[in-house]
Write a protein that binds this ligand. Structure first.
Ligand SMILES: Nc1ncnc2c1ncn2[C@@H]1O[C@H](COP(=O)(O)OP(=O)(O)OP(=O)(O)O)[C@@H](O)[C@H]1O
Length: 327
C-alpha cells in the first residue's frame, strides 16, 4: 500500500499552561476527503495549523508526503494549500486580482481563470472583496487555497455562517475539487457535513482522537441497540403507552420503553425489537399513525465515546465560562 500523504503521530501542542492538542494521531491516504470533527475548542485548528508548519509542535511528528513540516515548512509550500478560518483580504482587491496575486507566489500555479470557473466565481472576477456575499468569500478562500496547485488542501470550517443552500453548493464544490485529484483535510464541527462528505474521519475531543473510521463504520461499531418510535393518534396515546410499557417484562428483545414526544413512545431493544412492537400493536388492534426506526448517526458515536451529547457551541460557551472563572 502507498505511504499515506499526510501523517500525524502523537502530536502535542500547548499554549502556556493550556494543552490544546494532547495526543493526536491519524493518517490520510491520497485522494481522500478526511474529516477532523469535534466541538469548538477541541484542538482541530491547532492540529491543522501545526501540520501545515504554521505553528511549532511541542511533541510528536507531522509529515506531508514524507516531509517533516515542522523541520521544513518551506518544502511543503507547493504541496499543501491552506484555507483557514475567516481569511480576510483588502476590501478593495477584486476576486481576479487576488487570485493572480496569490498565483504569483507559487512555482506551478493553477490557471486563475480555470479556478474561477470551477468555483463559480467567473462572473464575480471584477467584484471587490468587501462586496462579496459570505458564500462567495468562502469560495474565493477555497480558490486561494488551490491556486498553488496543491496535492493536499486543508479546508477549515468552510461552511460556518453559510445558509443551507450555500452550504450544499460548497459541499458539491469540495467533491469537485477532490475529483480533480486533490486530497482534502476537512476541519468541521458539523456532524452532518462530516457524514455527507468524508470518506474517513477522526473525531477529536479535548485534544485527543476519540474515534476514527468511515462515518458508516463508526456508526456500525456502536452497540447493537435499536430504537423504534411509535406515534399514536391523540385518543390512542394512553392505551398505546400502557401496551408498550409492558413489553419489556414480556419480551426478551425489548429492554426499555420511554415516552418520547407527547404522542410518541420509544421502544429500545435488540435488532429484533421491531418484531416485538408490531405484533403487540396488531394483537391489540391498535393502529399507529407512524412507526419509524431511529437512524443512528455520528452524534450517537460521540455520545458513546465521550458520554456527552454533541453540543459544539454550548461546550464552547461552557469552556469560556470556566476559563473566565479561573482568571
Ligand atoms: N493562540 C492561542 N493561545 C492560547 N490558547 C489558544 C490559542 N489558540 C487556541 N487556543 C486554545 O486551544 C484550544 C484548542 O483550540 P483550537 O482553535 O485548536 O480548537 P478548534 O477545535 O479548532 O475549535 P474552533 O472550531 O473553535 O476553532 C482551545 O481551548 C483554545 O481556546
Amino acid at each position: 500500500m502507498a505511504a499515506p500523504i499526510v501523517e500525524v503521530r502523537n502530536l502535542r501542542k500547548t499554549y502556556g499552561p493550556k494543552v490544546a492538542v494532547d495526543d493526536v494521531s491519524f493518517a490520510v491516504e491520497r485522494g481522500e476527503i478526511f474529516g477532523i470533527l469535534g466541538p469548538n475548542g477541541a484542538g482541530k485548528t491547532t492540529t491543522v495549523e501545526t501540520l501545515a508548519g504554521l505553528r511549532g509542535a511541542d511533541g510528536g511528528a507531522v509529515r506531508v508526503r514524507g516531509i517533516d513540516t515542522q523541520r521544513d515548512p518551506a518544502a511543503v509550500r507547493d504541496i499543501l494549500g491552506v484555507q483557514l478560518q475567516e481569511a480576510t483580504l483588502h476590501d478593495k482587491i477584486t476576486v481576479g486580482e487576488a487570485l493572480r496575486l496569490f498565483a504569483g507566489f507559487y512555482a506551478h500555479p493553477a490557471d486563475p481563470d480555470e479556478l474561477l470557473a470551477m468555483l463559480d466565481l467567473a462572473e464575480h472576477a471584477d467584484k471587490q472583496f468587501a462586496k462579496l456575499s459570505g458564500g462567495q468569500k468562502q469560495r474565493l478562500s477555497i480558490a486561494l487555497a488551490l491556486v498553488g496547485n496543491p496535492e493536499v488542501a486543508i479546508l477549515d470550517e468552510l461552511t460556518t455562517g453559510l445558509d443551507p443552500q450555500a452550504r450544499r453548493a460548497t459541499w458539491d464544490l469540495v467533491e469537485r475539487v477532490r475529483d480533480t485529484g486533490v486530497t482534502i483535510l476537512l476541519v468541521t464541527h458539523f456532524m452532518d457535513e462530516a457524514e455527507r462528505l468524508c470518506d474517513r474521519l477522526a473525531i477529536i475531543d479535548g485534544g485527543k482522537v476519540v474515534a476514527e473510521g468511515t462515518p458508516q463504520g463508526l456508526v456500525d461499531g456502536l452497540d447493537d441497540d435499536r430504537t423504534v418510535v411509535v406515534r399514536f393518534a391523540p385518543d390512542d396515546v394512553a392505551r398505546g403507552r400502557e401496551l408498550l410499557a409492558g413489553l419489556a417484562d414480556r419480551h426478551p428483545d425489548v429492554t426499555r420503553t420511554e415516552a418520547a414526544a407527547t404522542t410518541e413512545v420509544a421502544v429500545t431493544g435488540t435488532r429484533r425489537v421491531l418484531f416485538a412492537v408490531v405484533p403487540a400493536l396488531a394483537e391489540a388492534d391498535l393502529v399507529p399513525d407512524d412507526v419509524r426506526t431511529v437512524t443512528r448517526s455520528l452524534e450517537d458515536v460521540f455520545l458513546a465515546v465521550t458520554g456527552r451529547t454533541y453540543q459544539p457551541e454550548a461546550q464552547l460557551a461552557a469552556a469560556a465560562t470556566r476559563e473566565g472563572d479561573r482568571s
